[in-house]
Design a protein around this ligand. Structure first.
Ligand code: SF4
Ligand code: SF4
Length: 121
């Protein structure tokens, strides 16, 4: 496991400021065993909820604290929804061109796993 003081996510937050973070609505329903704070979510449709702030053209999750690329943290880390738990930080992703690194590039941040120039498209 990555040591906290070297965890690149703590100076990034790019994924939390790029994607619509949606999940099955029961994740934010305490009566159904959900642990995501419902007040930080909103209904997307009959089946899915989203983290507030992420269903818009320039997403930024309401639970993200700090400045992207500087000092960031998730205010509900222990109770974050499944897409956040499943999103792999580049150094944990076996893919050479991970979604993490691609979204970091969109924010002007350096890749965590530099691509082999001969494999760039
Ligand atoms: S884009 Fe990657 S490094 Fe940045 S916060 Fe998300 S998982 Fe962490
Ligand atoms: S819940 Fe936390 S990890 Fe998930 S997008 Fe929001 S700030 Fe990021």
């Amino acid at each position: 496991m990555t040591e906290t003081h070297t965890n690149p996510c703590l100076s990034c937050g790019a994924c939390c400021s790029t994607f619509r973070v949606s999940f099955y609505w029961t994740e934010a329903e305490p009566a159904a065993g959900g642990c995501v704070p419902p007040e930080l979510t909103e209904k997307l449709n009959d089946f899915r909820a989203v983290m507030k702030g992420t269903n818009r053209p320039e997403p930024r999750c309401v639970a993200l604290q700090g400045e992207v690329g500087d000092f960031t943290s998730c205010a509900i880390y222990e109770n974050r929804p499944s897409p956040c738990r499943e999103f792999l930080m580049a150094l944990d992703d076996p893919e050479p061109d991970s979604a993490c690194d691609r979204v970091r590039e969109r924010w002007g941040l350096p890749r965590l796993k530099p691509l082999d120039p001969s494999k760039r498209g």
